[in-house]
Design a protein around this ligand. Sequence first.
Ligand SMILES: *[C@@H]1O[C@H](CO)[C@@H](O)[C@H](O)[C@H]1NC(C)=O
Ligand SMILES: *[C@@H]1O[C@H](CO)[C@@H](O)[C@H](O)[C@H]1NC(C)=O
Ligand SMILES: *[C@@H]1O[C@H](CO)[C@@H](O)[C@H](O)[C@H]1NC(C)=O
Ligand SMILES: *[C@@H]1O[C@H](CO)[C@@H](O)[C@H](O)[C@H]1NC(C)=O
Ligand SMILES: *[C@@H]1O[C@H](CO)[C@@H](O)[C@H](O)[C@H]1NC(C)=O
Ligand SMILES: *[C@@H]1O[C@H](CO)[C@@H](O)[C@H](O)[C@H]1NC(C)=O
Ligand SMILES: CC(=O)N[C@H]1CO[C@H](CO)[C@@H](O)[C@@H]1O
Length: 372
Amino acid sequence: MGWCFLACLFSFIFISVYAQNGKANVTVKGTVFIDSKNPIASTSSNFICATLDWWPPEKCDYGTCSWANSSLALIVFGLNALNGKSILPNSSAVGAWNSSNAASLIRYTVKKGYNIYGWELGNELCGTGVGVRVAADDYAVDTIALNDIIYYAYRGLFKPLTIAPGGFFEPDWFGRFIALTENTLDVVTQHIYNLGPGVDEHIIEKIVNPSYLADGAGLFIQLQDTLKRSETSTTAWVGESGGAYNSGRNHQGITLLLINLDSNTTVQATVDFNGTSAYVHGHRRTVVEKHHCKEPAETIREEYHLTPKDGNIQSQTVLLNGKPLIIDSSGAIPALDPMTVPSSKPITIVPRSIVFVHMPNVSLPACMQVSG
Ligand SMILES: *[C@@H]1O[C@H](CO)[C@@H](O)[C@H](O)[C@H]1NC(C)=O
Ligand SMILES: *[C@@H]1O[C@H](CO)[C@@H](O)[C@H](O)[C@H]1NC(C)=O
Ligand SMILES: *[C@@H]1O[C@H](CO)[C@@H](O)[C@H](O)[C@H]1NC(C)=O
Ligand SMILES: *[C@@H]1O[C@H](CO)[C@@H](O)[C@H](O)[C@H]1NC(C)=O
Ligand SMILES: *[C@@H]1O[C@H](CO)[C@@H](O)[C@H](O)[C@H]1NC(C)=O
Ligand SMILES: *[C@@H]1O[C@H](CO)[C@@H](O)[C@H](O)[C@H]1NC(C)=O
Ligand SMILES: CC(=O)N[C@H]1CO[C@H](CO)[C@@H](O)[C@@H]1O
C-alpha cells in the first residue's frame, strides 16, 4: 500500500572487509552496488516514525525508570488482551476476552473526537509468549471481535487500523493467526530484539557483529513470506525493535545508509548502479542507459557522518560531522547540517561510524514506481 517515493529500499551488496592481522587504521576500497531497477520494500505514506511505550512509573530496568511525557502525531493504542481470561499454571491464558472495557474506551475516543491511528490488541502474548501466551485460534477470535467493535464505533468515519499481536515471530503461530484473521487484520506486528537484553555483558560484541543485524532482517522476511503465501491484504510492521533500521523522507534523490562496525578499518566506498538511471542537473534530466555507470563527476552529494565522542562507542554523545549533537543552554536542538562532497570522491567511512549519504541528483527507477 502507498507510494514508493517516501522511502525506498533497494538491494545492495554489503562490503565485507576485515583489518589485516595486527594492523590498525587500515584503509580499504569497496563498492556499494545498487540494483537500480528492483525495490525490495516500500514504506506507505502513513509512516509512523516514533513509538513510545507507556509504562507505569514503577516500571524500572537496571536502575532506570525514565518514562518522560511526550505527544505524538499518530497514535497507536495498545489494548489489554488478557482482560477476562484466566491464566493456567502453564502460563496459557484461556477463556473469552472481555472486551467491554476496550469497547468503552474506543467509543469514548470517538465521542471526544480523539484521533487514534490504530488499535493494537495485546503485547507479546503470541507464540510461546513473554510471561503469558494465548493460542493463535483464541487470538484470532479476539482480534475479529476487536475489529467488529472498531467497525461499529467508527461507522461512517475513518476506521483506524486493527493491529495485532505485537510479539515475537514464530512461524506456526503467525501462519495460523494470519490465516484465521484474513480480511480482518490490517497490520500484523512483530517485535524484533535480536540483540537480546541491553544488560547483556556481550552487547557490544553483538552490536558490532553484522550477523546479528542479518538475523533481524531474516525474521522480517519470514513474516513477509507468510503473508505472501496467505494472499491476505494484511501488511507487516515491526512494532518494536532494538535493532538498527533505516528510513527515509520525501526528499529528492536517494539516501544510502552505510555502517562501519570495524574498529580498525576505514572504507573508501564508490557507488555503482546498473540499469537505467536519471541524473537531474538543475532542471535538465539526463537519462543514462548503460549496463554499469557512475554518477557524473560534476554533481554533489550530502554526507552525515555519525561517530561516538572520543571514539568511545558507549559514549552518550554522538558527533555529527565532528560536532557534538547536544542541545544548547536554551534547550535548542543543534542544526543537522550535512557536509557537501563532490560525487567523484569516494565515501569515507571511518571505523565504528554510521554514514547517511544523500544523493539529491540521482533518481532510480526502483524509487519512482508506485508499489502495490
Ligand atoms: C587511527 O587514526 C586516528 C587518526 O586518524 C588516531 O587518532 C588513532 O589513534 C589511530 N588508531 C590506532 C589504533 O592507531
Ligand atoms: C509530565 O506530566 C505531568 C502530569 O501531566 C506534569 O505535572 C509534569 O509537569 C510533566 N513533566 C514534563 C517534564 O513535562
Ligand atoms: C496448558 O494447560 C492446559 C490445561 O492443562 C492445556 O490444555 C494446554 O494445552 C497447555 N498449553 C500448553 C501450551 O502446554
Ligand atoms: C466484563 O467486564 C466488565 C467490567 O469491566 C463486567 O462488568 C462484565 O460482567 C464482564 N463480562 C463478563 C462476560 O465477564
Ligand atoms: C542489476 O543487478 C542485479 C543484481 O546483480 C540483477 O539482478 C539485475 O538484473 C540487474 N539489472 C539490470 C537492469 O541490469
Ligand atoms: C543537485 O541537487 C541539488 C539539490 O537539489 C541542487 O541544488 C543542485 O543544483 C543539483 N545539481 C548538481 C550539479 O549538483
Ligand atoms: C587487528 C587490530 O589491529 N586490532 C586493533 C584495533 O584497534 C584497537 C584499538 O582501537 C586495538 O586494541 C586492536 O588491537
